[in-house]
Ligand binder design. Structure first.
Ligand code: CDP
Length: 203
């Protein structure tokens, strides 16, 4: 049976961690849709044409830590404004969402555009400073040479581009449940998300 959990929110809000934990808790499959845009961005940095690259994207292109760099994140948000790029990625995401046994998709437009009929919609957010601090720690742990100011600037630039673009801008769906993770432990944020899904499943 289909059961879709759509988790949207700005950069580094904790969507990835929450999505993985919710998927593991309920035995659902998980798709980090940011990886699709990151993979296209990485290929464009290597000289590819954005729309052609998006149309030819292969699941194997989504592997690896090389997609987690700030340069690839910026390139992802630049290709994500292009209608043709977004259109090329819609079918893959919708098929994933409709799979038997349940699916969690996290991104920017899952509850608004990709799966407007998702059974659960969450919008996960936190202050820009809090998100930048978490992303800074993550990137440092991966051995990347980043500064706190640089990461904060990157997060703010992407948020502005993602929220103001014409195509599928970042915004909460009207029926999304908001979770502000500023000052919340990750365990508390996961527990809140799991409780929302439990509530809907129990109906
Ligand atoms: O991990 P983080 O939240 O920093 O970013 P991400 O989810 O990997 O997404 C990277 C970029 O891809 C975002 O800044 C968006 O521009 C774009 N994106 C999008 O437009 N739509 C999605 N469903 C997912 C990501």
């Amino acid at each position: 049976m289909k059961f879709t959990v759509a988790i949207d929110g700005p950069a580094a809000a904790g969507k990835g961690t929450i999505s993985k934990a919710v998927a593991a808790h309920f035995g659902f499959a998980h798709l980090d849709t940011g990886l699709l845009y990151r993979a296209v961005g990485a290929k464009v940095l290597a000289g590819g044409d954005p729309v052609a690259v998006a149309q030819a994207l292969d699941p194997r292109d989504l592997q690896g830590d090389r997609l987690r760099t700030p340069a690839v994140a910026q390139a992802a948000s630049e290709v994500a404004v292009i209608e043709g790029v977004r259109a090329a990625l819609v079918d893959f995401q919708r098929k994933f969402a409709a799979r038997d046994g349940g699916a969690v998709l996290d991104g920017r437009d899952i509850g608004t555009v990709i799966c407007p009929d998702a059974e659960v919609k969450l919008f996960v957010t936190a202050s820009a400073e809090c998100r930048a601090e978490r992303r800074y720690q993550e990137l440092r742990e991966k051995g990347m040479d980043v500064t706190q100011d640089g990461v904060l600037a990157d997060v703010k630039e992407r948020d502005t581009r993602d929220s103001t673009r014409a195509a599928a801008p970042l915004k909460p769906a009207a029926d999304a449940v908001l979770i502000d993770t500023s000052g919340m432990t990750i365990e508390a944020a996961v527990a809140r998300a799991v409780a929302v899904v439990e509530g809907v499943k129990a109906r």
